[in-house]
Design a protein around this ligand. Structure first.
Ligand SMILES: C[S@@+](CC[C@H](N)C(=O)[O-])C[C@H]1O[C@@H](n2cnc3c(N)ncnc32)[C@H](O)[C@@H]1O
Length: 347
């Protein structure tokens, strides 16, 4: 890990460009011009995320919650789980018999627990959960939460890339991930679609923005975070493209989302400074896999996860009645494209 020079020393750990959406890595100077080079870049990104998350425990997610609150947002991780749980519970209502829900990136169990609590009482006995997360420690915590509630579940301390080794193809009714599937340079939607039954439902509630599309945007953010010219010079040496200009932002929601994510990282930097914490194995790294929701939609459609299936839209609209859902992707926040719930149906 050290020889890859992961952590440039800024007010937050930067990670490195390997975690960024693969098609954007070109902008960061990564050569992905041949299939072999692209494959190597994706493998580097997968290793980066394993290094970031596999050793962490429940505290790692707590830092996300705290940064979110320090940024003035409130508990966005809980908000994502609330929206997701409502849609999944509505999908369960419409699927007869016993069913299996796959929780991708389950962490300390909040996603499974939120779904379980949102289920109608008569549905609680019909549902079995499968939790995947590379962090064994986070899953240990999940077990204590879920045992207390009487949830039927099994856990695998593995990356979601390993799902096909444990879960038979076509066996899952609902696959879901909250704030988790962006931990890839290329999200394995094919894997998610592969384990779903025909007509099975996929949901993702996640963070979205285009901050990481180009180093020029991140350079601006680092400046606004108060880094000195000398510190910023390190970034330029590492990513000379940071001095180039980049394409304009697509729309106002994306613009606000980028401002929001900047505030999130300011919040994270603040808790680091104030508490003088060395998060160690629980640190989270800035250069990450967030993308605008359209990129999820295109990738999902490519793998046979339809985003405009009428039954799926009805499930989303009924599940999110309280929040008024008009379309898929469903934007969760007023005026900002930072958080979306996106549904898919295997067709
Ligand atoms: C922000 S937490 C969200 C946890 C939980 N879904 C929730 O909403 O509370 C992100 C989780 O994704 C997990 N993760 C990272 N890379 C992963 C991978 N390749 N496969 C599955 N989970 C992964 C992390 O270990 C972490 O627990």
């Amino acid at each position: 890990m050290q020889d890859r020079n992961y952590i440039l020393n800024f007010r937050v750990g930067l990670g490195d460009e390997s975690g960024i959406y693969y098609e954007w890595q070109r902008n960061w100077g990564v050569d992905i011009s041949t299939p072999k080079k692209l494959e190597a870049a994706i493998a580097r990104g997968e290793q980066r995320y394993a290094d970031e998350w596999a050793a962490g425990d429940e505290q790692q997610l707590q830092y996300v919650v705290k940064a979110s609150e320090t940024a003035g947002f409130g508990d966005y991780p809980a908000l994502l789980n609330d929206h997701n749980a409502k849609v999944v519970a509505e999908a369960v209502r419409r699927i007869p018999g016993d069913l299996t829900i796959l929780d991708i990136g389950a962490g300390p169990g909040n996603t499974t627990l939120a779904i379980y609590k949102a289920l109608d009482n008569k549905d609680k006995q019909r549902v079995h959960f499968i939790l995947f997360d590379p962090s064994a420690k986070a899953l240990e915590k999940a077990k204590t939460h879920l045992n207390g509630e009487g949830v039927s579940y099994e856990t695998y301390a593995e990356s979601d890339l390993s799902i096909p080794g444990y879960v038979p193809a076509g066996s899952v009714d609902i696959a879901t991930g909250v704030a988790s599937i962006h931990h890839h340079p290329k999200i394995p939607f094919t894997t998610y679609a592969g384990v779903l039954k025909w007509k099975g439902i996929f949901t993702s509630a996640d963070w979205h923005n285009s901050m990481w599309e180009h180093p020029n945007r991140v350079y601006g953010m680092l400046k606004r975070m108060g880094h000195t010219d000398e510190e910023l010079a390190d970034f330029i040496i590492r990513y000379p493209n940071a001095l180039e200009s980049t394409r304009p932002i697509r729309n106002i929601y994306e613009e606000i989302a980028n401002k929001d994510i900047e505030n999130f990282w300011l919040g994270y930097a603040q808790i680091r400074t104030e508490e003088s914490v060395s998060e160690g194995k629980n640190s989270i790294w800035m250069l990450e896999g967030h993308v605008p929701p359209q990129i999820y939609v295109e990738a999902m459609e490519d793998t046979g996860l339809s985003t405009n299936d009428p039954e799926l839209l009805d499930i989303m609209q009924s599940g999110l009645r309280k929040y008024r859902c008009y379309e898929n992707p469903h934007r969760i926040l007023l005026g900002s494209g930072l958080l979306y719930l996106i549904g898919g149906r295997k067709i």
